[in-house]
Design a protein around this ligand. Structure first.
Ligand SMILES: Nc1ncnc2c1ncn2[C@@H]1O[C@H](COP(=O)(O)OP(=O)(O)O)[C@@H](O)[C@H]1O
Ligand SMILES: [Mg+2]
Length: 462
């Protein structure tokens, strides 16, 4: 009687995670890796001799120290010296320590990762035991599929958030940015969107958040939906390398599910913190800043990351990306906001003034656009929304006039209509994170408007 090899039988059944590790570290590129030695050490990076001919920018190296093997990323290559940023902060590095090439950082996502919270290096951080590697190995710095091979984006879906489904409806495979200052409601809105029913899987990258917020996001807001979700977390106290890797790891996991035919929602909160992490790494390795301290690499990394979301090639699923962008001091023209706006298929603008009025989620319906809205609306809905926007515009532009008592009912029928209906529309748009998503926002709006009309010509608030 013949026995299967050890790695396939006993190891993979009893200790599946160990079998994955053995496979990874006995692979040819680990065993015959070229090596070098540490030459100089500085805050944020170290240099290695003997590796320059063997490594490429962005590849990983393993550094052997007294406390074990630690990973680093190649951030600059000179003829004699390779500059490496350590992934983990505080690792002990000594002159002449051995450093070997690991190549691209690869991960092996698996369906069993659903429901788990992991680090940028795909280590479990939720205390629920080890995670099992899947069969495929994917480089986290993959490129997007060629654009001509990708499916078209044309299937609308409902997010359940009325302010979005009415005014900026989305399609599967769309890339949407949420722009706002800090504390205005980005993370809360993202958590509401994470519960949309349209998705088979949800992959969430939480970058540079406070540890407390991460637990709140995962435990309070996702709740039951965590079963189909995977969270990749790099909190604000972690190294810039780990913060830079979190969205890359997340998009790679999303690609795994997309290739299986799933419609995946990828959430990145926030892309600005990702950009800050790249800036920190670049500053440490001596890359010159070009715009507000940001190095040129930020502006190539952002499109590379976001382009990986979107529809997959025929026969695969889609990755819908919803990302948050922090606009410093509510300045919507900061370089990261500017460069991401051009890459995205739509943006939601959250206004602090609406949040202060208690109008949550504070989405400004006139400043927000979804470039694929026309594919999600029916022709009638499109006509209705453009009429609603005109009413809201009229209401807002006469706000000051009405406050000083310059409004007289009967003088302008359009304005009369706006004064009557816009407060009702605003009420319909209000939604708290605890509320279940709305299955049909247009019906909700019609019901509210009809109910108000039924009450008759009673005086309207505001
Ligand atoms: N839909 C909402 N309903 C009620 N309160 C909200 C809502 N969205 C945000 N808030 C309030 O705003 C605060 C900040 O929101 P948060 O999403 O953390 O902002 P950001 O991520 O932009 O910093 C929350 O603690 C909450 O009090
Ligand atoms: Mg937040």
């Amino acid at each position: 009687m013949s026995h299967p090899p050890l790695a396939e039988s006993a190891l993979s059944q009893k200790l599946p995670h160990l079998a994955g590790l053995v496979a990874r570290y006995t692979s040819p590129d680990f065993l015959v890796a070229p090596g070098g030695h540490v030459q100089t050490i500085a805050a944020g990076y170290y240099t290695v001799s003997g590796l320059s001919r063997h490594v490429r920018l962005g590849e990983f190296v393993a550094h052997k120290s007294a406390t074990g093997v630690h990973l680093g990323e190649v951030v600059r290559v000179e003829p004699e010296l390779t500059y490496v940023c350590p992934i983990e902060p505080g690792e002990p590095i000594g002159i002449h320590d051995t450093v070997i090439r690991k190549g691209a950082f690869r991960i092996s996502p698996d369906d069993s990762w659903c429901g788990r919270t992991i680090s940028s290096l795909c280590e479990p951080i939720d205390g629920l035991g080890p995670i099992v590697d899947g069969l495929s190995r994917r480089s986290i710095s993959n490129t997007a599929p060629p654009s001509m091979t990708r499916k078209r984006v044309e299937t609308g879906f409902k997010t359940g958030v009325r302010a979005i489904d009415l005014f900026s409806p989305l399609c599967l495979g769309q890339r949407l940015g949420i722009f706002a200052g800090s504390g205005v409601g980005k993370s809360t809105l993202l958590s509401m969107l994470a519960r949309a029913h349209a998705f088979d899987k949800v992959v969430i990258a939480l970058v540079g958040e406070r540890g407390r917020e991460v637990r709140e996001f995962i435990e309070d807001t996702l709740g039951e939906d965590m079963k189909k979700s995977i969270a990749v977390v790099a909190t604000s106290d972690e190294s810039p390398m780990l913060r830079k890797m979190a969205p890359l790891t997340a998009v790679t996991i999303a690609e795994h599910f997309r290739d299986q035919g799933d419609n995946v929602l990828l959430i990145i909160d926030s892309v600005t913190r990702f950009a800050h992490a790249i800036r920190e790494v670049a500053t440490a390795s001596g890359e010159p800043p070009i715009a507000r301290g940001y190095p040129a690499s930020v502006f190539t990394e952002l499109p590379r990351l976001l382009e990986r979301a979107g529809p997959g090639p025929e026969g695969t699923g889609t990755i819908t990306a919803i990302i948050s962008i922090l606009v410093d001091g509510d300045n919507h023209n900061d370089p990261i906001a500017d460069s991401t706006r051009g890459i995205l298929d739509g943006h939601l603008v959250l206004q602090r003034s609406l949040a202060e009025e208690g109008r949550y989620p504070p989405i400004d319906p006139l400043a927000s656009i979804s470039r694929l809205a026309r594919k999600a609306w029916t022709p009638d809905q499109e006509k209705l929304v453009s009429r609603l926007k005109a009413l809201i515009h009229r209401f807002e532009e006469t706000r000051d006039l009405r406050l000083i008592g310059g409004y007289r009912q009967g003088a302008d029928p359009d304005l009369d209509m706006a004064v009557k209906q816009v407060p009702i529309i605003y009420d319909v748009l209000k939604q708290s994170p605890g509320e279940p998503g709305s299955p049909d926002s247009f019906t909700d709006l019609a019901t509210a408007l009809k109910a108000a009309a039924g009450i008759g010509n009673q005086p309207v608030r505001r």
